[in-house]
Design a protein around this ligand. Structure first.
Ligand SMILES: [Zn+2]
Ligand SMILES: [Zn+2]
Ligand SMILES: [Zn+2]
Length: 297
């Protein structure tokens, strides 16, 4: 670009047949170089503006997406909270209905062997009736069908046994006695058991729900974290391409919207995580913008 046309006196070469074409050639060459340079600057500027716009849009779009993630995280967290409440409630119901068996003691009458003899009725033995325990009459096991037992204490004045209602002829002696045995049995209270089973089923369902929501939450959180990382990378890339991009001004609205959504998160850990990421992003925007300032000073 050192052009003879500017550095030398035109009087010297104006009418010089050898020198003038030489100067003309160099002049044209310089003009072409300037044209090329201008072309390059134009192209450079257009690429840069496009890239700048693309990056800016991408960053804003990623922030919008991560803001949606934050809202979804809160929605899933709400579902977890609701399922956990229901889990607690059905757990209590389960406990309330857990005693669906009742222990009952029943008394069983049983005729067992004894060292002494008693009067029995052959018709009513099966009903565990002993007509006269430890009978005072002499032991006699050959008098069945006779009136021997009319003298037994069990016979009323009408000649009818006051224990079984039969006459003397159906009575015998045997070395037995009547005992009462107590037995405990577990009785299932069906209506309570049905309520227990119902609560148990619900409890299991909510327990599965909690597990499944927690897994969704973890997936969402991982995706959001990846987006935060991507936003940082895009910001760094953009700052390399366009040092004039004012991150603080450009991203202010988006970051504010993220902040608002993150404030809605009720779970302390999740909210802290979102707030921390937003702080990191704000710091990055500040750092990149102040770097831009330093470049100018
Ligand atoms: Zn008797
Ligand atoms: Zn009898
Ligand atoms: Zn009888």
């Amino acid at each position: 670009m050192d052009n003879q046309a500017f550095c030398t006196n035109p009087q010297i070469w104006k009418n010089d047949e050898d020198e003038r074409p030489n100067v003309q050639f160099n002049w044209d060459k310089s003009a072409r170089t300037i044209d090329n340079l201008l072309m390059s600057i134009t192209e450079l500027s257009s690429i840069s503006t496009q890239a700048f716009k693309n990056y800016g849009d991408k960053i804003k779009s990623e922030i919008t997406k991560v803001t949606r993630d934050i809202a979804n995280i809160q929605r899933v967290q709400d579902s977890i909270d609701a399922a956990q409440k229901a889990l607690q409630k059905t757990g209590n119901q389960k406990n309330n209905f857990a005693n669906y068996t009742k222990t009952e003691t029943i008394k069983l009458k049983k005729i067992v062997n004894a060292s002494y003899h008693s009067t029995l009725c052959i018709f009513h033995l099966k009903d565990s009736i002993v007509c006269h325990d430890n009978c005072g009459l002499e032991f006699n096991n050959t008098s069945s069908g006779t009136s021997y037992f009319s003298g037994c204490f069990c016979m009323g004045s009408d000649g009818i046994c006051n224990q079984c209602g039969c006459g003397p002829s159906s009575h015998v002696h045997d070395k037995v006695k009547l005992v009462e045995q107590t037995q405990t049995i577990n009785k299932v209270l069906e209506d309570i058991k049905a309520q227990y089973d119902d609560a148990n089923q619900q409890h299991q369902k909510y327990s599965n729900d909690v597990t499944s929501y927690q897994s969704s939450l973890s997936t969402l959180q991982t995706a959001a974290n990846a987006k935060y990382g991507h936003i940082h990378k895009l910001c760094h890339d953009l700052s390399k391409i366009c040092s004039r991009f004012n991150f603080v001004d450009e991203l202010h609205t988006h970051i504010e919207s993220m902040k608002q959504d993150s404030r809605m998160i009720q779970n302390i850990n999740l909210r802290k995580n979102a707030e921390l990421e937003i702080q990191r992003l704000e710091k990055l925007a500040n750092d990149l913008s102040s770097k831009r300032g330093r470049n100018y000073s």
